[in-house]
Design a protein around this ligand. Structure first.
Ligand code: AMP
Ligand code: GLY
Length: 423
């Protein structure tokens, strides 16, 4: 069958890499894709939110399966767009419908869902411009640090954590009254601070059944020792060494089961990936957030460990037969190190030639913000490439990635040299 992946990051290159290995895949398209997907699929220069152009492509190329990478088109209703159009409603779309995508699109919606289904999470309240004074009072009842979250999508920048009450109040005002994050901060969720180590759990669902993929841990801060600004993710490790069987069982019983059951009870149509951001507080998992897609760079370590034919798994999700699939996982650890443009996550330059990719041995270079230009591979984004390796231990895998990174070059290339330091 002909398959389309929407997106252009390292996550989407990994999707394409895994789908291209399936005997069920005849032709693979990626929109808009990057220099990595160009090597294994046909890139089509269409934006992920240009639903009309996506429909034309799907009809023109006889595409029967669409895999949505990022959250934006899901929150904008791409799945609903297919279902509401007689010409394309037969096409299988992997990704929840708009109503369910609100779990990522609105922090308040997610918190209400978590509370309604008794899923462990931080205590919270939410506020608007009209209730900003109440917000100040609520902050006074909390102990620092103070966690403020813009309700809507803010490109990963909408969470602010502050130690000082005066600063927290000023930030709340800036978000609500001065629209710091635009419409995304029309509403702000204030949360109890949870102290612990983070990990991510990935669940596949057809709306009825679920399967759990390996856990992963990503490294969000730009600086070594988890310091500096937040990024999309600077590296990842799977499995997470501190996630023991006992702890994983708690995640399944207390979080995964009620989440999937909650989708049904609340009538949230969900065929896709559920990315559950967790924090281990003492010995117990608590939910920090839901994302309605796979993580990036977590996909670059989770999918390489999946032994199944991904297309078979995706079709079972679309057909409601996920219960018939046995997920098989590679015992080896996988790690990835993300190479970024100097300056990222603030301003950075683009168009720098990347060299040395062909000399990589025993690692997989997943391209992210990299495109083909005049026969050369050049940088086009903040996160440029994710170098994934396997190992009997995560330490061994990390070592391989770093050895290969030595052979890569682009002007002002930056990366963290301490991925896995805290495990
Ligand atoms: P989110 O966008 O909700 O994932 O939040 C971004 C980051 O902020 C998370 O990855 C955590 O590191 C941190 N964070 C969010 N909520 C909390 C919380 N309640 N307590 C502690 N840290 C948090
Ligand atoms: N790596 C975190 C995310 O994909 O949101």
């Amino acid at each position: 069958m002909n398959i389309l992946v929407l997106g252009s990051g390292g996550r989407e290159h990994t999707f394409a890499w895994k789908i291209a290995q399936s005997s069920k895949c005849d032709a693979l398209f990626v929109a808009p894709g990057n220099s990595g997907t160009a090597e294994i699929a046909t890139n089509v220069n269409i934006g992920v939110n240009d639903f009309k152009a996506i429909k034309e492509l799907v009809l023109d190329k006889n595409i029967e399966l669409v895999v949505v990478g990022p959250e934006d088109p899901l929150v904008n209703g791409v799945h609903d767009f297919f279902l509401n159009d007689d010409d394309i409603k037969h096409v299988a779309v992997i990704g929840p419908q708009q109503k369910a995508a609100e779990l990522e699109g609105s922090k308040e919606f997610a918190k209400e869902f978590l509370y309604r289904h008794n899923i462990p999470t931080a205590a919270y309240d939410s506020f608007t411009k009209d209730t900003v004074e109440k917000g100040y009072t609520f902050l006074e009842t909390l102990n620092p640090p103070y966690v403020l979250k813009a309700d809507g999508l803010a490109a990963g920048k909408g969470v602010v954590i502050l130690n000082d009450l005066v600063e927290a109040k000023a930030e709340l005002k800036s978000m609500l009254v001065d629209a710091k994050f635009g419409e995304a901060s029309n509403k702000v969720v204030i949360e109890e601070f949870l102290d612990g180590i983070e990990l991510s759990c990935f669940v596949l669902t057809d709306g009825e059944h679920y399967k759990i993929l390996p856990t992963a841990k990503d490294y969000k801060r730009i600086g070594e020792g988890d310091t500096g600004l937040n990024t999309g993710g600077m590296g990842a490790v799977s499995p997470v060494p501190f996630a023991t069987d006992e702890f994983l069982q708690k995640i399944e019983d207390r979080i995964v089961k009620p989440t999937i059951a909650g989708f049904k009870t609340d009538n949230l149509p969900y065929v896709g990936f559920v990315f559950i951001g967790l924090i281990k507080v003492g010995d117990d998992p608590k939910v920090i957030e839901y994302n309605v897609r796979m993580g990036d760079p977590e996909t670059e370590v989770v999918f390489p460990r999946l032994k199944n034919d991904l297309v078979e798994v995706l079709l079972a999700m679309a057909n409601g037969t996920l219960d018939t699939i046995d997920i098989e996982i590679d015992e080896r650890a996988a790690t990835t190190i993300v190479l970024v443009s100097g300056g990222y996550p603030e301003a950075y330059e683009k168009g720098k030639e990347i060299t040395g990719i062909e000399t990589i041995e025993d690692s997989i270079p997943f391209h992210a913000g990299a495109v083909l230009k005049d026969g050369k591979i050049v940088t086009s984004g903040g996160r440029v490439m994710a170098i994934t390796s396997y190992g009997d231990t995560y330490q061994e895998a990390i070592k391989k990635s770093y050895q290969n990174i030595e052979k890569l070059h682009f002007d002002k290339m930056n990366y963290r040299k301490d991925i896995g330091f805290d495990l």
